[in-house]
Write a protein of this length. Structure first.
Length: 254
């Protein structure tokens, strides 16, 4: 039994290749991975780890048996118990859904990225979802060859993309981008690059992408623009147009 408990303890350090049943009740089996997850979630500091595992295993078996008995009695269908379960779920769901640290980390990340604008060059090789594996492999090899050339510092983009024939690779300058300009996954790829660096080929649903930083500047911010609109009715007389030009007519919106 000690060897068995020792094996359970070792799974906390090194995960097993296969999930093995630890105990069964009725037709249901509980593997050691499930037990270790429950133990690590609820464990308390203990000097004797083997004893702690034995005690928790005994408690976990009793818990599973009680749940099975309750299900057989259909206690989970009682209206009061369903109401209590829903009330408890409502009380704890906010703490699970709202991770304050994660939100603060994202806010800090967005703030730091908003301090600079990046000029981005975009290379793209389309992949048809219905394409056969051989052609898909050709596109993959072509985009990797391009990345190798870019990583080596080559900048003759026309020649580099033409050399990818018969695979068509297009490229263009996206101009300066800032935070929230592109989808978050692509933004992460770009903002982790250094000036002059090209990312490894990035796969999307439509094909392969490579992004290269060609310039960086301090963020210029955004302009907020308001418009004053003078509404001119169709067929307005020349005198009315003159009034509008002189601003003598009240504007109707902005």
């Amino acid at each position: 039994m000690k060897k068995f408990i020792f094996l359970i303890a070792m799974t906390g350090i090194s995960a097993g290749v296969f999930s093995q049943p630890l105990f069964t009740y009725g037709n249901t089996a509980v593997d050691k991975d499930e037990f270790i997850r429950a133990y690590n979630k609820n464990k308390t500091p203990a000097n004797d780890k083997e004893k702690a595992l034995r005690e928790y295993l005994d408690l976990y078996i009793k818990f599973k048996l009680k749940v099975k008995a309750a299900m057989e009695l259909r206690l989970d269908t009682l209206p009061q118990l369903q109401y209590d379960a829903q009330s408890f779920r409502s009380q704890i769901q906010e703490s699970y859904l709202n991770n304050e640290k994660a939100v603060n980390d994202l806010l800090q990340e967005a703030f730091e990225r908003s301090q600079k604008d990046l000029q981005v060059l975009h290379f793209f090789a389309a992949v048809d979802p219905a394409v056969n594996p051989a052609d898909s492999l050709k596109v993959y090899k072509a985009i990797n060859t391009l990345h190798t050339a870019l990583a080596a510092g080559k900048t003759d983009y026309d020649q580099l993309t033409t050399a990818a024939n018969p695979v068509k690779i297009s490229y263009g300058d996206l101009g300066y981008i800032t935070v929230f300009t592109l989808p978050y996954e692509i933004e992460n790829v770009i903002y982790n690059l250094k000036p002059g660096q090209a990312c490894k080929p990035y796969r999307s649903k439509k094909g392969w992408h490579i992004f290269k930083i060609t310039g960086e500047r301090k963020a210029v911010g955004k302009w907020k623009v308001a418009q004053i609109l003078f509404s001119l009715p169709p067929g307005a007389a020349e005198t009315e147009k003159i009034k509008f030009e002189k601003g003598q007519t009240l504007f109707t919106g902005y």
